[in-house]
Write a protein that binds this ligand. Structure first.
Ligand code: ATP
Length: 346
């Protein structure tokens, strides 16, 4: 039996409601499983924390996250950059992984989509290197390095290798960004040579935005830079029905942070209507990552059960309001937990 130290960051807007849901799921697994135990550290960060402690990422929160093996991060509001970018940088979370797939009975513009976006997470315009050249002109600098391009390309090809589609589409804008995106593509092509069984294609980001709507089934693994990945993965999430279903993983060599793709959604905060599926599927991604890292098949099999329970709920038309159902956040989560319990914890 292994005990895993997990930090759970509560965030803003719908963040606390979603955290509560995932906490209940983890607690239930902890109570009922004989093989999996969790030490859950609930931590505050974001706008609420800034009001309370004068810092969006309080020292104690940071320390407790550092002492955990993985972090479940719910959405943060206006201070997101002061929390997420700091954590991504500190833990060198270089790969942002965002799966998008169709689930049963979820109305969407796509059918049978199952793709994954692998986004470089440490460079590009996200370094925030901006300055006024004069009173009316701002210059923003974009960084793309060979080393960061190589490790994200390797990550993407490893993921593609484990999937049925066995295809990588590299998304870029090298006709405009002639040096930076050329470096990204050339480095990716070098990596591609080591994976002769994986199909490899290039696509401009504007064409990709269009193809995701016109023919999303052509994609399996999308490999791209930071800003393009941010935009393309939101689009990929929406075409399968709702952003409330989309999880993301931020992966480094020694640490992982798992979160919903969406933001704090202040318009529906506190109303008990948010869809917790995005965070439940982020929990699944955390189990996959921890399972592989610690070679723990109990985590991997629990991850499969989480996805099956989500699938079964939607098959039975048990859904939250945003995707055409009737259930509140809490009601849906309780149904999810009871289905997961039926599937068993060992
Ligand atoms: P950000 O700017 O950080 O992306 P945002 O609040 O502008 O955040 P999102 O939170 O990503 O945008 O979401 C846009 C809209 O989608 C929200 O206003 C909300 O109505 C809806 N939404 C987002 N997440 C959920 C969810 N889990 N369940 C139901 N609806 C959601």
């Amino acid at each position: 039996m292994t005990t895993y130290n997990i930090s759970l960051l509560e965030g803003d807007g719908i963040g606390p409601e979603l955290s509560e849901c995932v906490y209940d799921v983890l607690e239930c697994i902890h109570d009922k499983s004989t093989s999996l135990k969790f030490n859950i550290s609930r931590v505050e960060a974001g706008d609420n924390a800034k009001l309370k402690y004068n810092k969006p990422l309080p020292d104690e929160t940071f320390e407790r996250i550092k002492n955990s093996q993985a972090c479940l991060k719910s959405p943060v509001g206006e201070s997101a950059a002061d929390v997420v970018l700091v954590l991504r940088r500190y833990f060198d979370l270089y790969a942002n992984i965002r799966p998008s797939k169709n689930y049963p009975n979820i109305s969407s513009i796509s059918k049978d989509v199952d793709l994954i976006t692998v986004r470089e997470n440490t460079e590009d315009l996200y370094l925030g290197w901006e300055f006024y050249a004069d009173d009316d002109t701002v210059i923003s600098l974009r960084k793309i390095s060979r080393a960061a391009s190589r490790r994200i390309a390797e990550h993407a090809f490893e993921i593609a290798n484990s999937r049925k589609g066995k295809k990588v589409t590299i998304v870029h804008k090298s006709n405009v960004l002639r040096m930076s995106d050329r470096l990204f593509i050339d480095t990716s092509k070098e990596v591609a040579k080591r994976y002769p069984d994986i199909e490899f294609e290039e696509m401009y980001v504007d064409a990709c935005a269009m193809e995701l709507i016109r023919n999303p089934n052509r994609f399996d693994t999308i490999l791209t830079t930071n800003l393009f990945g941010d935009i393309i993965s939101d689009e990929a999430a929406q075409i399968t029905g709702s952003i409330g279903l989309a999880p993301a993983a931020n992966i480094g060599k020694d640490f992982g942070m798992f979160e919903p793709v969406h933001g704090a959604a202040f318009d529906i905060a506190g109303k008990n209507v948010a869809n917790p599926t995005s965070f439940i599927l982020a929990l699944k991604m955390m189990f996959d990552w921890l399972g592989e890292k610690y070679r723990d098949s109990n985590l991997t099999s629990q991850s499969i059960k989480i996805e099956k329970a989500v699938d079964d709920l939607f098959s039975k038309n048990i859904k939250t309001i945003d995707i055409g159902g009737k259930l509140s956040t809490k009601e849906f989560n309780n149904k999810f937990i009871s289905l997961l319990t039926d599937l068993g914890y060992d």
